[in-house]
Design a binder for this molecule. Structure first.
Ligand code: NAD
Length: 351
């Protein structure tokens, strides 16, 4: 066995009520003026964070958007400059974290993150920016949050449909990490536990969104799955989701949820060891079918058509996917890719 594994510097504060440690975390990092970043829907939480920070709060910017449009990143950077911020605090899901990363990348301001979805971005040095319908992504250590506060209490209001798709978004990180070119035994451990934890928690959350135990398990799973993404190179699935989100504006987490079973069905036969881990984690012999069935049973969208993609868009998706090389355990021909997308467009799984 040979592998390379590079641990990323990351401090995690986890637990119900851990948001109360926010000011302490800022102080520990020597940060005195934090700009609080959030999406418009998380304004109340941003204000709560500002209150907890007291004088350490430099201001609020609550215009974060999915996929970080360049114009929004420019506006937020200007707000950071104008308020004299020496760091940023993101409260919310991947959209808020993404905005914080954009500022960290260009202005070098350190980040603290308080995630409230299961997207996992807070664990990764991966940034994304969208300009004129094209999403660019890259890796840079400077965008990795210095400290992440996971407080399950903050996820109690996350609607069931968002919880489910966000949870599958996290599971997708673990699935692709298991067959990544830079996979390793430690990544496999995190992936297996992350998938197991989320797969068990999501039905419990759907049954009772206020179930703190299930919320805690889901957030712990999201952390592990995010850490898998951070440690590895993603493949076909993430590539397609970037194109579908960046160019066709499909909703991020729902797109991951719909597409994952189709990519798993395509890739897993080429990677038996990865498939074995997922079989254990999901307690099934048929991983793609299980993923499709589980998400459908939890009320998630089943087809890309439901999310707004049209048959005429498929050629452009294939063209963009072919244009830039990416890792994948199985060679992807344009024909195979088109038929995978055509199946996902119609939502043929589960039959
Ligand atoms: P999001 O941040 O847009 O949040 C989804 C919705 O849920 C928003 O309307 C938000 O206001 C609401 N919400 C968030 N937390 C809530 C809560 N606790 N209670 C009630 N409502 C809540 O979506 P997301 O799926 O978390 O993130 C998607 C973005 O993250 C995309 O841009 C994606 O590319 C990026 N992402 C990046 C990485 C990475 O490593 N770079 C990883 C995963 C996702």
């Amino acid at each position: 066995m040979t592998f390379t594994y590079e641990a990323l510097p990351m401090r995690v504060v986890f637990g119900v009520g851990s948001l109360l440690q926010l000011a302490e975390e800022a102080e520990r990092l020597g940060l005195r003026r934090l700009l609080v970043l959030a999406a418009p829907g998380r304004r109340a939480l941003a204000e709560q964070a500002a209150t907890l920070l007291g004088e350490t709060c430099a201001g609020l910017f609550t215009e974060a958007r999915t996929h970080v449009p360049v114009a929004v990143a420019d506006e937020a950077r200007a707000a950071a400059r104008d308020t004299g911020a020496d760091g940023c605090l993101t409260v919310g899901g991947g959209s808020a974290v993404g905005l914080g990363k954009a500022i960290a990348l260009t202005a070098g301001l350190p980040l603290i993150s308080v995630p409230t979805t299961y997207a996992g971005s807070e664990m990764t040095p991966v940034w994304g920016l969208t300009d004129q319908g094209r999403k660019r992504t890259g890796r840079d250590r400077s965008v990795l949050p210095r400290s992440v506060i996971y407080d399950p209490q903050l996820t109690l209001q996350l609607p069931v449909d968002v919880s489910v798709t966000s949870g599958f978004n996290a599971i997708a990180h673990a699935v692709e990490a298991l067959y990544a070119p830079d996979a390793s035994p430690i990544v496999s451990l995190m992936a297996e536990e992350g998938v197991r934890s989320l797969a068990a928690a999501l039905p419990a959350i759907a049954a009772d969104p206020g179930d703190m135990g299930a919320r805690t398990d889901a957030l712990r799973g999201a952390w592990l799955c995010g850490a898998c993404l951070a440690a590895t190179t993603m493949s076909l699935h993430h590539k397609l989701c970037h194109i579908l989100g960046g160019t066709f504006d499909l909703p991020h987490a729902a797109t991951h949820t719909v597409l994952l079973p189709y990519v798993a069905a395509f890739n897993l036969p080429a990677v038996p060891a990865a498939e074995q881990v997922l079989r254990r984690a999901l307690a099934t012999d048929d991983v793609p079918m299980h993923l499709a069935r589980a998400s459908a049973e939890l009320g998630a969208p089943r087809s890309l058509a439901e999310l707004g993609l049209a048959e005429r868009d498929l050629d452009e998706v294939v063209t963009q996917a072919e244009a830039r090389p990416y890792a994948n355990p199985r060679p992807v021909t344009p024909g195979a890719l088109r038929s995978l997308l055509a199946e996902a467009l119609k939502g043929t799984l589960p039959p």
